[in-house]
Design a protein around this ligand. Structure first.
Ligand code: DGL
Length: 254
């Protein structure tokens, strides 16, 4: 699985818990993070390069643990790879179905919000519900720095939530895999009446069903890789983000 950086580790947790006997290779493309302000072509080119690399490494399935890469590259990945490719999308459907106020919000990167996939999701699942949209400015940077609780983190989260609060929104869809790491802060600011939607568990169930008839490879070890020139930052943050330490390998992928 891969993400632009450390956000996909929020999905890693759900997948590792659901498939304890499967070794997972997690690749953080930190040399190119954030993806959210890049062009679709750039994101697709990086995603293809990474997908091809992970397939060559023997992956039996590729999880694109990044909403932004899913919107820009999932079709190309499915065309060019021979293994199953699973993406992640904002959970508009369940949030819209559960809304009693008829108003929900989706928070995601600029690239995800402008994508035609997002417009299609809204057209097919939002129905009569109005959907407010917001970009989590600075949120990816907070998670990449492992700074989830400081005054700056609070200020950045509050600035994005401010236009949504008081709008009678009852569900907020987290449409970027970095954002779940800010849930404690988000929920402090929204209060308990607003429900947050993270699709990680649903994605983990989907992967379980796709791998049901396959056997994991011999290796029982999870691997963590980064394209950043130094692995220290990711290695330091793994215990903070997933509660366990591991060796992080650096990977040069031009
Ligand atoms: N974690 C990614 C997502 O789910 C993107 C963050 C970024 O690189 O902008 O959209």
């Amino acid at each position: 699985m891969f993400d632009s950086g450390l956000g996909g580790l929020s999905v890693w947790q759900a997948v590792a818990a659901a498939l304890p006997s499967w070794p997972i290779t997690y690749l953080a493309d930190q040399a190119y993070c954030p993806y959210g302000c890049r062009s679709d072509d750039e994101i697709a080119a990086r995603s293809l390069k990474i997908g091809q690399y992970l397939q060559l490494q023997g992956a039996q399935l590729l999880l694109v643990a990044c909403n932004t890469a899913t919107t820009a590259a999932i079709s190309a990945l499915r065309q060019q790879l021979s293994i199953p490719v699973v993406g992640i999308e904002p959970a508009i459907k369940p949030a819209a179905a559960a809304s009693t106020t008829g108003r929900i919000a989706v928070l995601a990167t600029e690239a995800t919000l402008r994508s035609s996939r997002m417009q299609a999701l809204l057209a097919s699942h939002a129905g009569q519900v109005s959907v407010l949209r917001g970009i989590g400015h600075g949120w990816v940077e907070q998670v990449e720095a492992g700074d989830l609780q400081s005054a700056l983190a609070r200020q950045r989260v509050a600035a994005v939530l401010a236009p949504l609060l008081g709008e009678n929104v009852d569900h907020i869809v987290l449409g970027c895999t970095h954002y779940p790491f800010l849930v404690p802060l988000i929920q402090q600011l929204t209060g308990p009446a607003i429900r947050l939607y993270d699709p990680a568990e649903a994605v983990a169930r989907r992967i379980c069903s796709l791998l049901a008839n396959r056997q994991p490879s011999e290796s029982q070890l999870h691997r963590f890789m980064t394209t950043a020139s130094q692995a220290d930052n990711m290695a330091r943050l793994l215990p903070v983000l997933i509660g366990q330490a591991a060796v992080v390998e650096t990977l040069v992928l031009h």
